[in-house]
Ligand binder design. Structure first.
Ligand code: WTA
Length: 635
């Protein structure tokens, strides 16, 4: 197991040096020793950040599901692969063994085939956190179909945009979903979306809530009867290393969501290797990542990374507040969870509640804690460390992105000394750089700048579906020969990194990336609205909340402003989803603009954050007079 499982700091430095001095050799060794290949690669890496084009393990053939399932059957057939904890604590948990997972994935794969899905076809998956979700991903991968999971909290419009962008042929959904005390009618959202999606031929519907739903003749099919008739064996399609495995959408600062394309071999090698090391996963551990599989964290660290290591991975259907705020801690005790990987927004929400919710439960099974999705503030870090980890379980603050596929900067537990709010050191193989605004790299320590990555890593996204130019423009044009992350970061005196947040127009609300453009578009579609601008402002649970500045068409609009606010938020709920609702809406007579007509968000951001002492020079604006007025009426 050379290099596969790092155990102390000296070893980290040694392996790190080796991985950056000769990345090809390093990753070749990892790939050779720990995975199942149908055919070996001819070339480990070829890359050109100008085009940009990156290829890992070219010439190789494999199937990721053979690595995540088949190869474990001999030694781990009876071991729990997926431990499903339902929304309702009285409903029994399900332990799906590797053998059962094998059978269920193969049955689902056979159903996909029988419905005409072939290698390369796109399958959209819009499901709640039930086992069928993980099984659907793996079934696509089994036959070489490209999955495109859309988080089941998105609206009809958002779902339709994503289905159309990738021309998905099939949609897999359910009759409904449970979220705490609520039951959501997912199928109605799907029906709404499909009014404007021509590419979908078949909709497979999993039964979960027994909601009364409409099944459209000739299009909609119940999944279970098809599964019952399907064979439990389906041979795995040999895939080329660079064949797409999935598309996953992320918000951009402008325009449509970006369908990030991840390919097969590099993604598998990197997610598996990071999972093993960053969680120091051992054979009998029970690992729980609380993310939804609708996001990259769920793809890489609920499904592919853990299963590639033969781990037991928990899928939780519910929410931290149901039936009460002790649910997380109850689950930890019930399943003797060893690893808890969650988001700062959840930690902050739970920290606000009575500490008795925590104290009622025995958390002594925990060994490693993780944080992901946004910067973790000092207070939340200490609360997590003191009350959940009892100062015994290191916190891995893992920085990464949908685009990076896997964790990029993170401590290794029991290896890297942690420091509150710091993601600490680059992971093996990762070469970060901080850049100044002129495009020069800032060397040395105790500096801050824009975070870039200088060298390819195996799990990086290869393109944006259908728009390679946008991929190049977004990530490879700001700094020559570097991948630009969109984040700002500082490096302290010992070389630890702290991520300071986005430097573009993406706003992270409760750990969800939201682009300003689609929200503004939704607002602007309201008949009374002329123009709008969205910015983030600090919020003690969500991290950031949204503040909207809205200019109405009719100056002095007589309608009740509160009603208008409700209508605007409803518009956002319909077009984007409830996570994008605005906390504050201020009606304005004008938006501050540069002479070229660009909205000066920097000023709006400061006003929303009540930080108006230093607004900078506003005299160069096209309409400086609006600034004072906006300040006077700020909420
Ligand atoms: C932010 C989530 C600080 C960052 C895996 C990044 C973080 C964006 C951290 C990607 C962290 C993620 N500390 N910020 N540990 N992790 N971020 O694509 O701004 O949903 O660019 O991927 O989240 O969000 P995404």
């Amino acid at each position: 197991m050379s290099n596969y499982h790092i155990k102390h700091l000296e070893e980290y430095f040694q392996v790190y040096r080796k991985s950056v001095r000769n990345p090809e050799n390093f990753w070749e060794e990892v790939a050779e020793e720990h995975f199942l290949w149908r055919k070996r690669w001819d070339n480990v890496l070829s890359w050109d950040f100008k085009k940009p084009e990156v290829k890992w393990f070219e010439g190789a053939e494999l199937n990721i599901t053979e690595n995540c399932i088949d190869r474990h059957l001999r030694t781990r057939g009876d071991k729990t692969a997926i431990l499903f904890e339902p929304n309702n604590p009285d409903e029994p948990a399900q332990h799906i063994s590797y053998q059962q997972l094998y059978e269920r994935v193969n049955q689902m794969a056979n159903v996909l085939k029988s419905q005409g899905i072939e290698k390369g076809d796109r399958v959209c998956i819009y499901l709640p956190m039930i086992p069928e979700l993980a099984i659907a991903l793996l079934a696509c991968a089994r036959i070489g179909a490209i999955h495109s999971v859309v988080f089941a909290g998105f609206s009809s419009k958002a779902l339709a945009t994503r289905i159309n962008d990738a021309s998905c042929k099939m949609l897999i959904t359910s009759d409904g979903s449970y979220r705490g005390s609520k039951t959501l009618d997912l199928k109605a959202i799907v029906d709404g979306a499909l009014e404007s999606c021509e590419s979908i031929e078949t909709v497979l519907v999993a039964e979960r809530t027994k909601n009364k739903i409409h099944m459209k003749e000739g299009r909609d099919l119940w999944l279970q009867p098809l599964l019952d008739d399907a064979e439990v064996k389906c041979s795995a399609e040999p895939m080329k290393a660079e064949d797409p495995l999935f598309i996953l959408y992320t918000s951009g600062s402008t325009g449509r969501p970006k369908g990030m394309v991840h390919t097969t071999a590099g993604y598998m090698v990197y997610t598996a290797y990071t999972f093993k090391n960053i969680f120091q996963y051992r054979e009998t551990d029970v690992y729980w990542c609380t993310a939804d599989i609708g996001w990259i964290t769920g793809h890489s660290y609920i499904v592919y990374g853990p299963l590639a290591n033969g781990a037991t991975t928990v899928m939780f259907e519910g929410v931290p507040s149901y039936p009460d705020f002790s649910r997380f801690w109850e689950i930890v005790e019930k399943h003797q969870i060893t690893h808890l990987y969650t988001a700062p927004t959840a930690i902050r929400a739970l920290a606000k509640e009575n500490i008795e919710y925590v104290e009622r439960h025995d958390l002594s099974s925990l060994k490693v804690l993780g944080s992901v999705g946004e910067p973790i503030n000092e207070e939340a870090w200490h609360w997590y460390n003191d009350n959940i980890g009892k100062k015994q379980s290191p916190i891995v603050d893992t920085w990464w992105q949908t685009e990076t596929g896997g964790i990029m900067i993170s401590p290794i537990p029991f290896v890297t000394p942690t420091k509150p709010t710091y993601a600490t050191l680059p992971f093996i193989g990762i070469q970060p750089a901080l850049m100044d605004e002129e495009g020069k790299e800032i060397k040395g320590n105790q500096v801050d700048g824009r975070l870039c990555i200088k060298f390819p890593w195996p799990s990086m996204a290869r393109t944006i579906w259908g728009d390679h130019d946008r991929y190049r423009d977004t990530y490879f044009s700001a700094y020559e020969n570097k991948y630009f992350t969109g984040d700002g970061a500082m490096r302290d005196e010992v070389g630890y990194y702290r991520i300071t947040g986005r430097v573009d127009d993406v706003i992270i609300v409760s750990g969800h990336n939201l682009g300003t453009a689609p929200i503004e578009d939704a607002i602007n579609e309201h008949p009374a609205v002329a123009e709008s601008a969205i910015v983030g402002f600090p919020h003690d649970v969500k991290g950031n909340a949204l503040y909207g500045y809205v200019m109405l068409k009719e100056f002095g609009e007589t309608r009740n402003q509160d009603n208008l606010r409700k209508e605007i938020n409803q518009q956002i709920t319909d077009k984007v989803g409830p996570i994008a609702k605005l906390d504050k809406i201020q009606f304005v007579n004008g938006l501050p603009k540069t002479r070229s007509g660009k909205i000066m968000r920097r000023i709006l951001r400061k006003i929303a954050s009540k930080d108006t002492s230093n607004l900078g020079d506003t005299s160069t604006l096209l309409n400086p007079e609006v600034v004072q007025e906006i300040m006077d009426n700020a909420l």
